[in-house]
Design a protein around this ligand. Structure first.
Ligand SMILES: NC(=O)c1ccc[n+]([C@@H]2O[C@H](COP(=O)([O-])OP(=O)(O)OC[C@H]3O[C@@H](n4cnc5c(N)ncnc54)[C@H](OP(=O)(O)O)[C@@H]3O)[C@@H](O)[C@H]2O)c1
Length: 248
């Protein structure tokens, strides 16, 4: 069974490792190519955009893909929308493998906002020491509030950093541990954290650290997911694959 996995996430890599052990499945991992040195995966992979819906439709046909698993980041809305449309046109079964959104617990001080621009406004007028954890994307929005200090964490150094007059860059790739997050936030005197509601375990330690340190969090809500069938556990994905296998 030829399965295309749209990746760029920890979850996609986990799925790739599991499917690599299956002789009856031919998985192919697709990456956008945004990260300079992606972690190696034990299955064949390809890199770069498909060229919109049309390009993806052509790719699915050419590679005779029998199932598509969209394991992109919950904020990669364009790729997910293209996957839905291409699968509709080709009748290739589609599964959205997405981690559940984070929800606030006792002791959390969260402000949920609809966009990164709203997150900037939520920081307020007074200068604060802000921890930005959304990676390189949408960093430019914070240029509108140059009074704050920004601690920026991403895998590769974003060019948009130059737009923030008062910043420090930390290069790091998740998963992150609670102790490390606590130490970083204490060392940098962080007063407020900004994050997308990505969900999952790999990057949730920062939220626990914020709770422990009584630091407020501005959380950007996820884009809508459309009407694709969804799974959040690896076991569910494997069951879905079984249910779409052609009878021998
Ligand atoms: N957005 C985030 O916060 C975030 C965080 C962590 C990781 N990522 C990962 O980074 C990648 C890019 O995210 P984004 O938010 O820039 O995506 P996006 O805005 O939804 O997609 C923009 C374009 O990039 C190409 N693309 C995206 N993901 C691809 C993939 N897995 N394989 C091949 N082409 C892909 C597609 O180009 P064509 O139209 O030419 O096909 C797509 O139309 C994704 O793979 C995502 O999983 C994103």
């Amino acid at each position: 069974m030829r399965i295309l996995i749209l990746g760029g996430t920890t979850q996609a890599s986990q799925l790739a490792r599991v499917l690599a052990t299956r002789g009856d499945i031919k998985p192919l991992l697709s990456l956008a190519g945004r990260t300079q040195n992606p972690l190696p995966v034990p299955i064949p992979s390809r890199t770069g955009g498909f060229g919109g819906v049309e390009g993806l439709v052509a790719f699915l046909r050419m590679e005779r893909i029998e199932a598509l698993i969209d394991a992109t980041h919950p904020f990669a809305a364009q790729m997910s929308a293209h996957a839905r449309e291409a699968c509709r046109q080709t009748s290739v079964p589609l599964l959205l493998f997405s981690r559940p959104a984070w929800t606030a617990g006792e002791g959390d001080d969260w402000t949920e906002v609809a966009s990164m621009e709203d997150a900037v406004v939520a920081l307020g007028e007074n200068p604060r020491r802000v921890f930005l954890t959304q990676g390189r994307l949408q960093l430019a929005a914070f240029a509108a509030a140059p009074q704050h200090f920004y601690l920026v964490r991403a895998i590769d150094e974003p060019v948009e950093l130059a737009l923030l007059p008062n910043h420090k860059f930390v290069s790091a790739r998740g998963p992150f541990e609670l102790e490390d997050e606590l130490a970083l936030m204490r060392e940098e005197g962080i007063e407020i954290l900004v994050s997308k509601n990505s969900g999952g375990d790999a990057t949730s330690a920062k939220l626990l650290a914020a709770r422990k340190l009584h630091i407020p969090v501005v959380l950007v809500a996820r884009p809508a997911t459309g009407d694709a069938t969804e799974a959040s556990l690896l076991a569910e994905v494997l069951r879905w694959i079984e249910s779409h296998r052609a009878a021998p």
